[in-house]
Structures are given as C-alpha cells and as structure tokens.
Design a protein around this ligand. Structure first.
Ligand code: G4P
Length: 534
C-alpha cells in the first residue's frame, strides 16, 4: 500500500441499495476517482449480467469475478478505501448481513424517482443493529425525480433517521443545473447544463450565499427563486450537520447526484474521507479491542471455496481489527486452538489480487486455506479472544436434500458441511431420521446450492418440501440449564435437529407449534439469530 500505513487513513464501507438504484454505477465511478480502474465498463458488465438468475450463477461459478469484486480497495487523497460488496440481487443471504458486520460505515444509494425501496430498508435495519453510520446518495438527478423535500421526509419517517442535506439540487431531469453546496456556499455545476451554456464556466462557483449575482446569471429566474426558497427551508427544517450524531448512526448527511453522469461522486468521496469513521473498536466476548493495539487481531466474515475448480482452495476474508499484520505472521485461531502461518495473504484490487505484505485495522485480507478457517473465526497473535456479532439467521425456507446416488451419502455430508461453512446454506440433521435438511433465507440460495453441489462436488441433488416453516436455536441458562435442556430435548425429539456444530434446533411445523413450545417451556430460549463466536 502506498499511503501511510495507519488505520486512521482507512475507510472500510459498503454500499446498500435496492437493485437498479445505481450501486454498480456508483461503485464504478468511485473506483474511477480512486484511479483503481481506467476503463469504465468493468464493473458495469457484471451488473448487467447479474440481473438474470442463470447468468448470476455463472458468475458465482466463475469465482474470479465474484471474488475480486467482493472487496475493492482503492486510494484517494491520502486515504485507503476498502469497499465491501453486498450482493445486489433481490434475494437475501446471510452473507449480506455478515459483510455488513465488517464495515465501519455505509453509503445508502436511493433512486431519486423511487425513494426508499424494500431492499434498502432491510439493509438499513441491519446497519442500524450495529449503529453503522450512513451517508445518503440520492442518485439519478439527471432524470425526472420526486420532490427532494418529499424524499427527505420519507427517509426521516420510514427509517427514523435525521437527515442533513450537504448539497441541494437545482432543478432535475433535463433541466438539472447541479447542486448548491450548503456547507461551502458554492454552486457545483452539472456538466450537461454547463455545456449548454457554452461559456467557459468553471465546474464550481464560489458564492456569497444564494443571493450571489453569479447565480442569477447562470440560473433562470424561477430556478434561482426556488433555490433561495429551498435553501431557507432546508436550513429551517433539517438539523445542522453534527459529526457525532452521524457517527452514532442517528443522522445521515445527504448528497444529490448522478452516478451515471459523474456528478456528485467526488463530493460523496470527499464526504466519506472527511466524516466517515476510521476503524472502530470491536467487541469480543471478554473485552473491547481497540484498533490502536499493537497486536494483530481480526475476524473472518466470509469464506469462499473452490474459486479455482482445479484446486480445492478456499479464501477466508478477514477484517483486521487491531495491530499491523505482516506477511508470514503466525496467528492463533481461537475456535480450533490451532496456530496458522499466514504466508500468502492477498489484497483485492479491482484489477486482481496482490500479495499483502502488511495490513492494518480496517483492511481486508484474503487467506488461502484448506478448511482450517471458518466464517466467524477470530485470529489473533496468541490471545484467546472471540469477536462477537457475526450472526446466523433463522432460515425461512427448509428443504430436505434428496441425493441422486445414495452411495454418495458421505460425500454429500462433507460437501454440505463445507458449503455451510462458507455460509451458502445452513444444514440441519433431524434427531430422528437421517436426511439432511438445508435452510436458506432466500430461494435463490437453493439454486446456487444445487448448482455448486453439481459443478464442484459432482453431486446431483433435488430439494423436497419439508413440513417445517422455520428453525430456532434452543438453549437454556441458569442453574438447571443442562437438566432443563435435556428434558426439553427428550420430550421433543421429533421436532428437533442439530446444526453443523451440534447445537440443538427446534424445527417448527407451524407458528402455532412454535408458540406452544415457547409457552410450554418458559425456561428454554428459542433464538432467531445465532451468534457463533464471531
Ligand atoms: P444496481 O447496481 O443498483 O442494480 O444499478 P446499476 O448501477 O446497474 O444501474 C441500474 C440502471 O440505472 C442502469 O441502467 C444504469 O445505467 C442506470 N443509472 C445508474 N445511475 C444513473 C444515473 O445517475 N442516471 C441515470 N439516468 N441512470 C442511471 P440500465 O438501462 O439498466 O443499464 P444500461 O443499459 O444503462 O447499462
């Protein structure tokens, strides 16, 4: 890395949005500004192909593409930006949630014609769980849009989030003139509008407030009058920008722009650099780990296997939480109690991978391994700590796996475990019976699972409906925890299974069953989310 190697210069973030809001286009433009790519089109091509289910799977199989875009590192103005990709398809997977546990902030992209859409809201809720600070980018201002005030209201109401516009648009669609920068008091002219005026106007016009004569020259009377009125209203209605409130996740600074037309992207990038937090302290089961600590620690939020079908390799994505990692270091995996020598760690640039010689808190390194590292694992320089917070979510779709060739049962078991460790699926084994049950959050995950079992493990499977609607992890605490749990298990074997770590799960046939079990066994906890280590 070329910038100063301190975690203070790191901005590790994700973009959250509903499909089609412009995440891919914005990503591409951010990378262009960061000099990470020179050809527009790299990322876009992926966005296009990703839309079709079958094509999306092809990409999943062509591991290279999927992985180089899982994390993209670029530099801009003395900072290193680590952009983590949250899958953009409509189906949700646990992977998306886990990726969001590895970022320090997020950018929420909203289509100016549509406002807050379902997927944006879901992803926002996940960010809120961890108080991840959010910047908002209102995209597609070069098209017909909704009224910006209406959009601000919608964010405030639907997400219960305060907003502070950092820029304010002047007109929209074909008439879009650019934005007034409310903090710096300057007009940022939109390229197309500038071209139309044919003058040699600079891109940015410093102003003495909205009454500035320069503004009257370049805007129509109506546009100018509206800008004056709007800015007054914004100042009256929206709270002033407050860094602390943003960093605590209560307030979102808002930028307007057009990713497609390169407008507003630099303002956003400058905003991330200036306001977004550098790596934050992270919780472990025993103590908080500060990024300033000298010893290396980190957690694995994603594992991707079989990136190269010729080698059964796996890459574990580790977010560094403290210390300065050096290539060749030996790190302890708390969960397995094994010490691993990290000799070939990699960084992910959009052009490809590079050997990682050193990395600091906030950086993501890829660690090739043969199944010794799992999602949720903590690696450290010897201290037995366990980062908390990487969740498994109760699956909403449970299917029984039917194997084409029954002779391959052992092989299936290994494949399912391996894919479960990657987070592609969850696996359960009913306490009575020998079939495997897979659990997923969205149906697309089932297609991917079937496809990968076939392509990578040579296993033909089908999925059959089960009588189960969801699963809950069961546990007990307190003095008689073991007795209570045993009693519950003994009386409910037919409705119980175990997950891949042999943790008991209640497989519910319907909500009524679940409610009854919960009221009959008050001493048992039924959890929708399971945090394994993290
Ligand atoms: P996604 O990753 O969030 O799914 O969105 P993506 O960037 O792929 O953008 C979805 C569509 O919106 C694309 O159009 C893209 O060109 C367009 N788009 C993105 N940002 C802007 C913007 O600022 N202004 C305008 N006018 N359009 C924008 P498409 O027709 O689906 O693809 P393409 O044929 O343009 O490539």
């Amino acid at each position: 890395m070329t910038t100063t190697n301190t975690h203070k210069t790191r901005r590790t973030f994700a973009i959250i949005s509903h499909p089609d809001a412009g995440k891919t286009t914005l990503t591409e433009k951010l990378l262009l500004f960061g000099g990470a790519i020179h050809l527009a089109g790299d990322v876009k091509a992926k966005g296009d192909r990703r839309r079709a289910h079958s094509d999306w799977m092809k990409i999943e199989q062509a591991r290279g593409i999927s992985v180089t875009t899982s994390v993209m590192t670029f530099e801009y103005d003395g900072c290193t930006f680590n952009l983590l990709d949250t899958p953009g398809h409509e189906d949700f997977s646990d992977d998306t949630y886990r990726t969001l546990t590895a970022v320090d902030s997020a950018v929420m992209v909203i289509d100016a014609a549509k406002g807050i859409e379902a997927q944006t809201q879901k992803l926002f809720e996940v960010c809120r769980l961890r108080d991840v600070p959010i910047m908002t980018f209102v995209n597609k201002m070069d098209r017909e849009t909704r009224d910006p005030f209406e959009l601000m209201d919608e964010i405030t109401e639907k997400l219960a989030l305060d907003v502070t516009p950092m820029t304010w648009p002047v007109d929209q669609g074909k008439q879009f003139q650019g934005c007034y920068d409310l903090r710096k008091d300057q007009m940022i002219l939109f390229g197309d509008a500038k071209k139309e005026k044919k003058g040699s106007l600079p891109g940015i016009l410093p102003c003495q407030g909205t009454d500035d004569a320069k503004l009257k020259e370049i805007l129509s009377d109506d546009q100018h009058a509206k800008l004056v009125e709007d800015v007054e209203m914004v100042k009256g209605l929206c709270p002033e920008f407050d860094l602390e409130s943003y960093r605590e996740g209560h307030l979102s600074p808002v930028y307007f722009g057009s990713a497609l037309k390169d407008f507003g992207v630099q303002d956003l990038l400058d905003g991330i650099k200036e306001f977004a937090p550098s790596p934050r302290p992270q919780e472990t089961e025993s103590r908080e780990v500060n990024p300033d600590e000298p010893k290396v620690s980190g957690f694995v939020f994603k594992v991707q296997a079989n990136m190269d079908p010729n080698h059964r390799d796996r890459i574990a994505f580790m977010r560094i939480c403290s210390g300065t990692f050096k290539r060749g270091m030996k790190l302890l995996n708390t969960a397995s109690a094994k010490t691993l020598s990290i000799s070939n760690p990699i960084f992910f640039f959009s052009q490809g991978r590079e050997l990682a010689d050193d990395a600091v808190a906030g950086d993501i390194i890829g660690i090739p391994n043969h199944g010794t590292i799992r999602v949720g694992d903590t690696l450290s320089e010897g201290e037995k700590i366990m980062f908390t917070g990487i969740p498994d979510f109760a699956p909403e779709i449970l299917r029984r796996v039917r194997l084409g060739d029954p002779m391959k049962a052992k092989h299936l078991e290994r494949a399912l475990h391996s894919l479960a460790e990657e987070g592609v699926t969850q696996v359960f084994r009913p306490m009575l019976g020998s079939d495997w049950i897979v659990g997923v959050v969205g149906t697309l995950q089932l297609d991917v699972l079937k496809d990968r079992l076939d392509a990578e493990y040579n296993l033909e499977v089908d999925f059959e409906a089960t009588q189960y609607i969801t699963a809950r992890w069961v546990s007990a605490s307190g003095e008689k925890a073991n007795d209570n749990l045993k009693k519950f298990i003994d009386s409910n074997r037919a409705s119980l299974g175990e997950d891949r770590d042999k943790t008991p799960v209640y497989l519910a046939r319907n909500n009524w069953d679940l409610d009854r079990a919960q009221s009959d066994y008050k001493e048992i906890k039924f959890s929708e989310v399971r945090e394994r280590g993290r």
